[in-house]
Design a protein around this ligand. Sequence first.
Ligand code: FE2
Length: 325
Amino acid sequence: MDAVRLEERPAPAALPGDFGVARRFDPTRFDDDVAWRAWRAAKLAEHPRRADELIVPLADPARPTARELDALAEVLGRANMVIYRGPVLDEAGARAAVSGLARACGLRRFERHRSAGDDGLVAIRITDAPRQAGFIPYSDRPLGWHTDGYYAWGGPEAAIQAMVLHCVRPARSGGLNALLDPEIAYLRLRDRDPALVEALMRPGAMLIPPCEEEDGTVRGETIGPVFFRDPATGRLGMRYTARKRHIAWAEDALTRTAVAALVEIMTDDPVIFRLALEPGMGLLADNVLHDRSGFVDADDPAEGRLLLRLRSYDRIALPRPEFTA
Ligand SMILES: [Fe+2]
């Protein structure tokens, strides 16, 4: 199926100060210590400290009001992610809610995924459906740290930029998500040693061998960076997986040290948010780092954990503050 197209509506107007500002911190530059220090200080000052600071109530996620969009944008600007809390909806209602919210945020081009419905949404639930059985996302097993679509690399223009993860039903227990803003991962790594960041910006940092991805689709080998600069916005992008198999890191000491440092950062960083999405709640985010703990599901599969996932090549078209010198 081709990329799903939702009803055409004009995207929200890009606000002044959003994209294309000249005085923006460039994450690929290591020779401008003033800009880096200013960005770092502002980023840490603005970033939320607790998961509950991420939560924005939405009366009807399918049709967010201008005021609600402002509230989403405010949190997104600080954390590159926001958790909305809407009414409890059944699967059909939740699908409409996620589609409406995505449209209101300017998300129109969705990942071609063989498990996606006509609305671009993928239902994440335990299943023994032939196409999904055996793959960790569709099981009760833990899912390690990753960014969505890390296994593909067609350049920064073709990266997954945004995601929605909406909870229809939680697990009986477990199934928590940990979330980490890639800008924080970058910042911590650069604090340790800028050379570690530079190593992970090399085009050959991360190799995904052919014929392997999380849903089993056959795919050619991809080689690309972990950290990159989105040419449209100048902002940082990140690809990562904690998987040990079906990935080959560049074979040099600096890359190995950098990958080990990232693992440490993702283990105990103070601004990793851990939460269990409740029915009606959802994550609206850039392609942030996330994992999922293992879970125990309801006995009745019809009552089992059900999350809806949307991945988009579009950026969330809500204004962000600038962390500039
Ligand atoms: Fe994911």
